[in-house]
Design a protein around this ligand. Structure first.
Ligand SMILES: CC(C)(COP(=O)(O)OP(=O)(O)OC[C@H]1O[C@@H](n2cnc3c(N)ncnc32)[C@H](O)[C@@H]1OP(=O)(O)O)[C@@H](O)C(=O)NCCC(=O)NCCS
Length: 160
């Protein structure tokens, strides 16, 4: 049974080791997260969460309000949305259903706010595994777009 808890500065070493894993780098998720600084901050537009299975840390989930996020990397975007980043840390934990449970928990958190109407994800266009994963969760393809140098496929899940 997977659960999510708030990440703390004590998780910095774990997150640094995960972001160096090749499957995380290939997903474009291993960018400079600056954990030691960011884990001490709790801006209102972001949640950084550790997924655990039976108390064992397994992966990372970030939920942001893309309209309020401070670098505005989503560009012009309306309110009432959330955007999710997700990865599993160890390769051996891939493909065992944990990611599905992590997203289910994350989506429950997003839609627990009655003002949130849709959730966005932006896998790399080349990340066929993640795209299939999101489609299976009910996300619909919206558009191809660039985020910096990344070719991404944007998917949306509307409030059930
Ligand atoms: C994407 C990710 C979170 C999915 O979690 P997961 O635990 O591996 O996925 P699940 O076991 O819950 O599988 C759910 C579905 O995903 C897809 N999937 C999982 N593993 C797959 C694989 N090896 N190849 C293709 N599709 C795969 C399938 O549709 C699968 O459904 P199925 O088991 O009925 O075939 C995980 O693979 C991951 O962390 N990948 C690296 C980082 C990443 O790509 N993050 C997303 C960036 S936007």
């Amino acid at each position: 049974m997977v659960s999510l808890r708030t990440a703390t500065p004590a998780d910095a070493g774990l997150l640094e080791s995960w972001e160096k894993q090749s499957h995380v780098i290939e997903a474009g998720a291993g960018d400079d997260w600056n954990w030691k600084v960011e884990l001490t901050r709790r801006p209102a537009w972001r949640e950084q969460l550790i997924a655990e299975v039976d108390g064992r840390p397994l992966g990372f989930v970030q939920i942001i309000d893309p309209a309020a996020e401070e670098t505005h990397y989503w560009g012009e975007i309306g309110p009432h949305k959330r955007a999710i980043d997700i990865w599993i840390g160890d390769r051996q934990d891939l493909g065992r259903g944990y990611g599905t449970q992590m997203m289910e928990r994350a989506l429950e958190r997003c839609f627990a706010d009655p003002g949130v109407m849709e959730v966005l994800v932006e896998p790399l266009t080349s990340n066929h595994r993640a795209r299939k994963f999101y489609e299976k969760l009910g996300f619909r393809f919206l558009e191809h777009r660039m985020f910096g140098a990344d070719h991404s496929a944007v998917y949306v899940l509307r409030r059930p």
